[in-house]
Design a protein around this ligand. Structure first.
Ligand code: AMP
Ligand code: MN
Ligand code: MN
Ligand code: MN
Length: 281
C-alpha cells in the first residue's frame, strides 16, 4: 500500500437519512469529486443509507467503509461514537439503533413546545419540512427551519441562541450508554471511534475517565483530524491517541454544501506521529 498518511480518507459524513441535506449517492459523488479514496457515510443512529452509499461509492471507484455515528449519554452530556467497518445488516446493531432513535419524535414535540413558549410557533411542522427520514428528526432540522424563517443567519447561530444546552429550545435526552454503543459496534464486527472529542465540555478528570472507559470497553480509535477540531486540537488529540494507544481517524463531518466549515476530502492529513485507522485496510 502507498504511505497510509497520504491516502485521502473521509470517514465521517451525513446524508438525508439523518441530518444531511444530500442523498447518500450525492454525498458519494461529492466525495469522488473531492478526490476521496476511502469513504464512510456515518449517519446518526441509522443504517438506512448504507446500501445506496456503497453502490454509489463503488460506481465512482471509491473504497466504501460502512459506518454509523451513535448518540451516547455519558456523565450527563452527549458523546458521539462512530462505528466503522461494521456489518450494516447485523440484527444486534440494527435493534440497538432502533431503540436509540426511539424518543426523537417525543423530544421534537418538546423542543417545539419550548420554542413556542418564547414566541416561536409552528417549529415541529417547520422542522418536518426538512426531514428526510421520519425516524430521525434532529435539532439540525429545527435549525434549518429557524434560518429559513429569518430567526438567525446561520445554523451555528441557531445552536448558540436556541438549541444548545442551557438555551431556551434545548430539551435534554437520554441516548444509548457508552457500553451499549461500543458493544453494538463490536458485535457487528466494527471498530469503535471516539468522534470529535474536542467538542465535549468535560473536566480534565472526566475527559480521562471517558477515554479510560472507552478503551476498556474495546474502543480502538479517536478522530484526530475532523471538521470539528481546530489545528491545535489536531495536535492535542494526536497526543491523546498516542497516550491511549488508539488509532487515528479523519473525517469532515460534512452535512451539506454551505454548512459547516469543511468540504468532503479537504482536511489536512493526519499528523505523522499517529497510525491511521485505515493502515491495514
Ligand atoms: P441531535 O442528535 O438532534 O441532538 O442533533 C445533533 C446535531 O446537531 C449534530 O450532529 C450536529 O449536526 C448539529 N449540531 C450540534 N451542535 C451544533 C452547533 N453548535 N453548530 C452546528 N450544528 C450543531
Ligand atoms: Mn449531525
Ligand atoms: Mn457528531
Ligand atoms: Mn457527525
Amino acid at each position: 500500500m502507498q504511505n497510509a498518511h497520504a491516502i485521502n480518507a473521509d470517514l465521517h459524513c451525513h446524508s438525508t437519512v439523518s441530518d444531511g441535506t444530500l442523498a447518500p449517492a450525492e454525498v458519494a459523488a461529492r466525495a469522488s469529486a473531492g478526490g476521496v479514496a476511502f469513504w464512510a457515510l456515518t449517519d446518526h443512529d441509522e443504517l438506512g443509507g448504507q446500501a445506496e452509499a456503497r453502490a454509489a461509492a463503488e460506481a465512482h471507484g471509491i473504497r466504501y467503509v460502512p459506518g454509523v455515528e451513535i448518540s451516547v449519554t455519558w456523565a450527563n452530556q452527549t458523546v458521539h461514537i462512530v462505528g466503522l467497518q461494521i456489518d450494516a445488516t447485523h440484527p444486534y446493531l440494527i435493534d440497538g439503533l432502533a431503540r436509540t432513535r426511539d424518543g426523537r419524535a417525543r423530544r421534537a414535540a418538546d423542543i417545539s413546545d419550548a420554542l413556542a413558549r418564547i414566541g416561536i410557533e409552528g417549529a415541529y411542522a417547520g422542522a418536518l419540512r426538512h426531514v428526510g427520514n421520519p425516524d430521525l428528526i434532529s435539532r439540525t432540522h429545527f435549525a434549518r427551519w429557524l434560518v429559513d424563517e429569518g430567526y438567525c443567519e446561520s445554523i451555528s447561530e441557531v445552536f448558540d441562541k436556541y438549541l444548545s444546552e442551557g438555551r431556551p429550545g434545548y430539551v435534554g435526552h437520554r441516548w444509548a450508554s457508552l457500553s451499549d454503543a461500543v458493544g453494538w459496534i463490536l458485535k457487528a464486527g466494527g471498530i469503535a471511534v471516539m468522534a470529535h472529542p474536542g467538542r465535549y465540555h468535560y473536566t480534565d478528570t472526566q475527559h480521562d475517565a471517558l477515554f479510560d472507559e472507552f478503551t476498556q470497553l474495546g474502543g480502538r480509535a479517536v478522530e484526530v483530524v475532523t471538521g470539528s477540531h481546530t489545528p491545535d486540537q489536531f495536535k492535542r488529540y494526536a497526543e491523546v491517541a498516542r497516550h491511549y494507544g488508539l488509532l487515528a481517524s479523519r473525517g469532515s463531518d460534512f452535512h451539506g454544501p454551505g454548512e459547516g466549515r469543511v468540504e468532503i476530502g479537504t482536511l489536512p492529513p493526519l499528523p505523522a506521529t499517529v497510525t491511521p485507522i485505515w493502515h491495514n485496510w
